[in-house]
Design a protein around this ligand. Structure first.
Ligand code: GCU
Length: 752
């Protein structure tokens, strides 16, 4: 139970756990020689170690560091984009943050890092917790017995140096952004809690998976509930705390045109966790990829995890919304997240938007194939990726690498990764980005022996850019040694946005268009093609690209510039991808109109004020379960909005609102087709004392302290108007929990 040295087994779905964010300003110390950790003999520091986070206790004491006086870096965030003197820095930097553990009563506490590039040595209150290697996957340490109520010191020695034995190794074509690049949280759990679970459709069409407990009470009753589908299973865990789940029943299948996510509740006697999960099958048949048994062509685009408009590591929901919004605009139904696991916000948004995902580990170019530590490192990164994203319907392909050179030791290494991922998750397709060779002057042949191990053959080719001029593609025939679907995972050309010339002048938008025109025509002639993900959505920083005035350390194969400006080729690919895309698809992906718009459901929300307080609820079930909101619900047929408002408050909290008055009107469109027309009421008091029910828990809250981070994303846009007694109307486009677009207008009078 107590804190043990070394990482805890990965916790599933930390976003659903009670947590305290450790975001914000962290003090830092640049330490290229790691002097804070090793003395001049290379031995580990003791007293003088920076991890002690000490301050001098007397005028005689000699301490050569002081975090209190140190400058700060923002977390989450890479250090390179925050300070010009760290733009190129590759080395060690100490981070320090002090925090109080005010998480309320939790029996166990974990420190969670969503990703730290590349190596993280973590200390709490001077004690070393352990080391994590790999820049793109989550890890946690249990700190239950180490945390104080107040003034804790967490210190992280981050080192982003590239290493020959590393994964990736020395060479990459992306910027080596270092730092605490994603979220850092203090998580609270019960003594025995649901550490891991999975639920997906098996090949019989039943929901199957598992629940794994962690703690002292491993044998418990488990309940898995999907209320909307009226599905429930009660079972028990074995002595190891594991329960297998078989849940026969019918669910709506997840797909790009209907990215249906269900609210799934996993419960044991001591814990409860909910997740939004979509259910779908993905298989191959001959040269085709099948989604829910139907052939699907993967209209993809590759992207790096670089923030839009700003050369930094992306991490936020806003970054994800912009990047995937561009992919949707392109008419894509698939994204290749290159070349490493991207943050969870992107993957969860893809789930909600209906974008299929190719996920990859940074087994990139040449690694130390014979080094068992390198294989163990790659295997750990793959395992952490699969563990984190296995419940995301959007993820359909696990890629074990990119452009790795054929050799016996490499083949052995890659086969081991394929075996690992098949054991971890037999429900998805396995791939890798391979390269083709010329069988003769006009025949490109895919014959890489690794192809035999894969479900989908990925292939990178640069006809017209690294290989000849654009029209070379016209004479090329493709051959593949495997009766499998082939996905062209990369093709493209560099163009500086705004640079124009004739179609054969390199670096111009016209040359890029020229390459795309010949590529798309060639790919139409490839009979075993199941899709493509051109390189790349947006220009990105690369240390390999100096050309002054053109590249300036950017790879400019983006269809969108680093300033977010679309290049001509973006529109060409969009036209190619959207021919035939059905209108309804786009209609469901726009803000609901103010005029002719009919919602699937009509509903009410009520805010009862009593002095400075307003009566909120924590919703316990149905849409928005787990969130804080105003009491309310669906208007029954023949029921008026005001009658419904009263009834719902009575049902959810056993009180009767007084002097109900309509104050707002809200329109919600979800990309999976669902929609709600909401009517917002205020009341100046209620009769009775609010009581918890199966539906909701009452939360009297000060009107100036509304917990927006626990509410729907739109609430912070109109609730302040409601509190200020203003009338308003709003319209919103949502993908699952993600608000994609919104508009709120203040009104003189509504409902009259
Ligand atoms: C390679 C590689 C990419 C790189 C691209 C390029 O194929 O996979 O990471 O950025 O080509 O050269 O632009």
């Amino acid at each position: 139970m107590s804190a043990t040295k070394g990482k805890a087994p990965l916790l599933q779905n930390v976003q659903a756990r009670v947590s305290a964010s450790l975001h914000g300003k962290w003090q830092f110390i640049i330490d290229p020689l790691e002097h804070g950790y090793r003395d001049y003999r290379g031995a580990q520091q003791q007293e003088e170690g920076y991890f002690n986070d000490r301050r001098p206790t007397s005028r005689t004491e000699r301490l050569e560091y002081d975090f209190d006086a140190a400058e700060t870096l923002d977390v989450p965030g890479d250090w390179n984009s925050q300070r010009s003197d760290l733009l190129w820095y590759e080395g060690a930097i100490w981070y320090r943050r002090r925090f109080d553990a005010d998480l309320g009563a939790h029996q166990r506490l974990f420190l969670h890092f969503a990703a730290v590039n590349y190596q993280a040595r973590v200390f709490l209150n001077g004690q070393e917790l352990g080391l994590h290697v790999g820049g793109f996957t989550p890890f946690q340490f249990e700190v239950t017995s180490l945390v104080h109520a107040t003034d804790n010191s967490v210190v992280v020695l981050v080192d982003n140096r590239r290493r020959t034995e590393g994964v990736p190794a020395l060479g990459t074509d992306w910027w080596n952004f270092g730092g605490l690049t994603r979220e850092v949280l203090l998580l609270g759990t019960p003594g025995t809690f649901i550490r891991d679970y999975s639920l997906q459709l098996d090949d019989q069409g039943n929901l199957a998976g598992f629940v794994q407990l962690d703690g002292s009470q491993l044998q418990q009753r488990i309940r898995v509930t999907i209320a909307e589908a009226q599905l429930e299973l009660v079972t028990h865990t074995d002595q190891q705390g594991l329960a297998h789940i078989e849940l026969p029943g019918t669910v709506k299948r997840w797909s790009p045109s209907c990215p249906k996510l269900y609210d799934v509740v996993f419960q044991c006697e001591t814990d409860k966790i909910r997740d939004h999960i979509g259910f779908r099958r993905v298989d191959t048949s001959g040269h085709q990829v099948l989604l829910n048994g139907e052939p699907i062509f993967l209209r993809g685009i590759s992207l790096h995890e670089q923030a839009p408009f700003h050369p930094a590591r992306a991490h936020s929901v806003d970054d994800a919304r912009t990047l995937l919004g561009w992919a949707m605009e392109l008419g894509a139904n698939c994204v290749r997240l290159a070349h490493y696991p991207h943050n969870e916000n992107i993957v969860r948004l893809a789930d909600a938007l209906g974008l299929l995902v190719w996920a990859e580990v940074p087994v990139y170019w040449t690694l130390q194939w014979q080094n068992p530590d390198t294989l163990a490192n790659a295997t750990t990164q793959l395992t952490e990726l699969v563990t984190r994203d296995k419940n995301r319907a959007a993820v359909v392909i696990w890629s074990v690498g990119n452009e790795t050179p054929i050799s016996e030791s490499r083949n052995h290494f890659m086969r081991a990764l394929v075996d690992t991922v098949r054991q971890l998750d037999p429900s998805r397709l396995v791939s890798a980005a391979l390269e083709a060779n010329y069988a003769d002057a006009t025949t490109l042949r895919i014959s890489d022996p690794l192809g035999a191990e894969l479900d989908v053959i990925g292939c990178n080719e640069y006809l017209g850019w690294y290989d000849g001029l654009p029209d070379k593609a016209d004479s090329i025939h493709w051959r593949c040694d495997y009766e499998k679907p082939v996905f062209v995972s990369e093709f493209g050309a560099d163009a500086l946005q705004g640079r124009h010339g004739d179609p054969l002048t390199r670096w111009t938008e016209e040359y890029q268009v020229n390459v795309y025109q010949h590529q798309l025509a060639m790919l139409e002639r490839v009979p075993f093609l199941c899709g493509m993900s051109p390189w790349i959505l947006a220009d990105f920083r690369s240390p390999r690209r100096p050309l002054p005035g053109v590249l300036d350390y950017y790879n400019r194969k983006g269809l969108i510039s680093d300033r977010g400006v679309k290049k001509q080729a973006f529109h060409l690919l969009r036209a190619h991808y959207t021919n035939g895309a059905d209108a309804t698809d786009t209609k469901r992906r726009t803000l609901p109109s103010w005029d002719n718009w009919l919602a699937v459901d009509r509903a009410t929300l009520v805010f009862v004020f009593r002095g400075e307080n307003v009566l909120l609820i924590r919703k316990l079930r149905g849409l928005g379960a787990g969130k804080v909101n105003g009491p309310g619900g669906r208007i029954e047929p023949g029921e008026t909005a005001i009658a419904c408002a009263k009834r719902e408050v009575q049902e959810e909290l056993c009180v009767t609102p007084q002097n109900l008055e309509q104050r707002g009107e809200l329109r919600f469109q979800f990309v999976d087709g669902y929609s709600i027309h909401g009517f917002v009421f205020v009341a100046d008091d209620c009769i009775g004392e609010p009581t918890a029910t199966e539906e909701a828990e009452p939360l009297w809250t000060h009107r100036a302290a509304l917990p927006f981070d626990q509410m729907w994303a739109d609430d912070r846009l109109w609730l302040p108007h409601l509190v200020a007694a203003k009338r308003f109307r709003g319209r919103f486009l949502f993908a699952g929990d993600f608000m994609l677009e919104h508009e709120v207008l203040l009104e003189d009078s509504i409902g009259s």
